[in-house]
Design a protein around this ligand. Structure first.
Ligand code: TYD
Length: 146
């Protein structure tokens, strides 16, 4: 997996007029999956680090609909990248099997998350060493391409 090509920013259609802004996100159109779940995170202090997991099956799109935050992604093979989420009409696409840490939340941050799967705690990998082991196994099995 190449973080630079698999994890990427998305820009959503905006319909602004004198009444304000309206941003549209349609499942399977503006993002590459059907949306099965949404959740949102707010009230996180600047010093908090959230996420700290990878997912076996879920894909996500993260949108800071207000305020800003950052997300650090890791592929378990030594590569990492940091993205700033600070515009309500942009989001970041995270495929499955990417380690993610969300941090640097502004006081007004509202981080909206769209997910491709219903919540299943069993598909969350919350230990980084375990994540690296699973990545190595998937590389060996040809399920993750280098
Ligand atoms: P957690 O995964 O730690 O949040 P984040 O990754 O955003 O830091 O989830 C916090 C709690 O909420 C945890 O007890 C699991 C629960 N939860 C659900 O029940 N359903 C969900 O869709 C999510 C994302 C979390």
């Amino acid at each position: 997996m190449n973080l630079k090509t698999s994890v990427h920013m998305l820009e959503f259609p905006q319909h602004g007029d004198e009444r304000g802004h309206l941003v549209i996100v349609e499942g399977a159109q503006d993002i590459p999956f059907d949306i099965k779940r949404i959740f949102y995170i707010y009230g996180s202090d600047a010093c908090v680090v959230r996420g700290q997991h990878a997912n076996l099956r879920s894909e996500f799109v993260l949108i800071n609909v207000a305020g800003k935050s950052k997300v650090r992604v890791k592929d378990g093979l030594g590569n990492e990248a940091v993205f700033s989420l600070n515009r309500p009409h942009t989001g970041i696409y995270l495929p499955r099997m990417v380690w993610k840490d969300m941090y640097d939340f502004s006081a007004d941050s509202v981080l909206l998350v769209l997910a491709s799967e219903h919540y299943d705690p069993d598909e969350y990998i919350r230990d980084y060493d375990h994540f690296e082991k699973i990545v190595a196994e998937k590389v060996k099995a040809g399920e993750i391409q280098l």
